[in-house]
Design a protein around this ligand. Sequence first.
Ligand code: ASP
Length: 305
Amino acid sequence: MNHFLTIEGLPADDLNGLLDDADEFVEVLHRPIPKVPALRGKTVATMFFEPSTRTKMSFEKAAKALSADTMSFSPGTSSLSKGESLKDTVLTIKAMGTDAMVVRHKATGAPWRIAEWIEQPVLNAGDGAHQHPTQALLDSLTIRQHFGTLEGLKIGIIGDIRHSRVARSDIQAFSTLGAEVTMVAPRTLLPVDAAVFDATASEDLDEVLEDFDVVYVLRVQAERGGASVFPSLSEYTDRYGITKERFARLKPEAVVLHPGPMNRGVEIEGAVADDPRALILDQVFNGVAVRMAVLFRLLGGESNE
Ligand code: ASP
């Protein structure tokens, strides 16, 4: 593995191998001193051209827990605002000496372009509505920890799938790991190319809700046009919100996941988000472990094992 750009095409063995490594890093993160020397002397640059809370901090925490140094680029305070191009920005950061670049960008494919310009590993931390591969790993890990396997589970992904890089990566990972995925959304928020997804589609949440072992709730991505395709947020909540009433109708062992950031009261009611069967903060914790696994895989080398 030279880069980590997409879930597409990763076989189940590779996914499970990364999840097994992540399980070991979960154990490291629970130690009194949650740190190992595996990447001492390496530098990881985080370059987020789009906002982030969880993914950016979690990559930084992961790099530090492996004893790597981190450098962080923030577009608002950088020379991007003086007209510097993406390529010059990347080459500048490379010239300072970095061993890996973690990139989030609103343009689909940006991390692939960067991977053509530098020989160091590039990790995709979300490109447009396309891919968010480490999110798919942390979601798979959270579900695997809870149920022991994804094999045979019924997973409903509910909400703005059309604009969601999380949904694209998750559907690929979940179906590769043996789950049965249903996309639930109004037609206008289902992917245009829904037929190519390894998932069935439904527009009626109330009809399919009780089948699910996992309810995966997505935010309406207003910044990508998601809110403009239905009449009002309250209408969306009426038909697709995970309210207390809908939560009460789930199988008793079903769990709720959300990638964050949540819009409480829109796609998920606050009381559901705070229920012990909502694994949202477990997802956040597991995010650090899976990012350690990926960084270690790319930068660790045999001498560090
Ligand atoms: N944090 C996730 C992402 O970056 C999901 C979201 O923004 O709704 O794609």
